[in-house]
Design a protein around this ligand. Structure first.
Ligand code: NDP
Length: 332
């Protein structure tokens, strides 16, 4: 904690998300600040050091990472690495006695999620996920509508999240764990879970035909799936690396509500059968990180804990199983 009472965050992995979203957001936070960086690319250090005034003693690489244990400037470690590396670094951060935020998806297997949760429990540190939309007013409104039911019970949901084009580790199954489902479809799974406040009980899925089998040789290019929720609510979802889509829509007995775009960092818009939704624009990442810092200070649970990330990985794995087998897969 610094003199102003802010908790120190170490960003691990200085890629796009750290550079363009998290570090700028940490200039707007009230309860935490950017204290340290961990990078495997020495060429990035000078720029970060200069821009954010990070002292040399708070700069680490992946080999020296465990020495953060001795550094009282670091209270929270934020893992922003390719998906397959999340488990190792969350566990190492926990063993160094630091609270952890892990980016989505939590890991590429449920077993890894279990190990991460256990490591944090054993170390007595808190674990949360980078689920920024739980702090975003339009998505919070979908949660409220699901809870308070002003339109009656939900009947069905449509969730779509896709982008045109991707590259690098996201096309490599060994680092990403899968294709757009792991990266973008997870927002649809989340959207359906928090809009209904329920857990899916079964899933069916179908892979989209590949337009570029060479580029997408190790991961799917696109995928559609249907999640069955209690009360006969069905959620039809689609994700893709070759089509722009960004929507969350729920139909109820006496009305409907829709966000589009639903999952962006800013510019989210919403409407319902009662009219246009109007909420202030906020910095999602700043809110998310501040909430975790406050949760640590107040010794209260995070609204986006490791268990929530684990449940998403269970669902993602069931969707892949349904896709591979063509069968309806029940989710225990
Ligand atoms: P990038 O590819 O832009 O950055 C990943 C960084 O990880 C690299 O720059 C590198 O940083 C480090 N790294 C370490 N080992 C490897 C490796 N073997 N291959 C590639 N990079 C490596 O990815 P993003 O920043 O877009 O994504 C990182 C994580 O954040 C992912 O889990 C992703 O799902 C999540 N994410 C979440 C978002 C959200 O809205 N919540 C949005 C975007 C991403 P260095 O050179 O410093 O070592």
């Amino acid at each position: 904690m610094n003199a102003q009472g802010k908790l120190g965050i170490a960003l691990v992995g200085l890629g796009e998300y750290s550079e363009k979203q998290l570090a700028p957001a940490l200039q707007e936070t009230n309860h935490c600040y950017l204290a340290a960086i961990v990078t495997g690319t020495p060429g990035k250090v000078d720029k970060w050091k200069g821009k954010y005034k990070i002292p040399d003693k708070n700069i680490y690489n992946y080999k020296s990472f465990d020495a953060i244990k001795e550094n009282p400037d670091i209270d929270i470690v934020y893992i922003v690495l390719p998906n397959a590396l999340h488990a190792e670094y969350v566990i190492r951060a926990a063993r160094a006695g630091k609270h952890v935020i892990c980016e989505k998806p939590m890991a590429i297997t449920v077993e890894e999620c279990d190990q991460m949760i256990t490591a944090c429990e054993e170390a007595g540190v808190m674990l949360s996920l980078g689920y920024r939309l739980h702090f975003e007013p339009y998505n919070l409104e979908m949660m409220r509508l699901g809870k308070e039911k002003p339109f009656g019970n939900w009947l069905s949901i449509t969730a779509e999240n896709g982008i045109q084009g991707t590259s690098g580790w996201r096309l490599d199954k060994s680092l990403a764990g899968g294709g757009p489902l792991m990266d973008l479809g997870i927002y649809c799974v989340q959207g359906c879970r928090y809009t209904t406040g329920m857990e899916p009980i079964a899933v069916t899925a179908k892979e989209a035909a590949k337009t570029d089998p060479e580029k997408f040789r190790s991961v799917e290019e696109g995928l559609s799936w249907v999640m069955e929720f209690p009360d006969n609510i069905k959620a039809a979802c689609t994700t893709s690396y070759s089509k722009e889509m960004n929507k969350l829509r729920a139909e109820a007995e006496n009305g409907w509500a829709e966000l589009g775009p639903a999952y962006e960092y800013s510019g989210i818009k919403g409407q319902s059968s009662q009219g246009k939704m109007e909420f202030p624009e906020i910095n999602q990442q700043a809110k998310q990180m501040d909430d975790f810092a406050q949760a640590i200070k107040d010794k209260r649970p995070s609204p986006v804990p490791g268990e929530m990330g684990r449940q998403d990985v269970i669902i993602l794995q069931a969707i892949y199983k349904a896709m591979a087998t063509g069968q309806r897969i029940e989710i225990g």
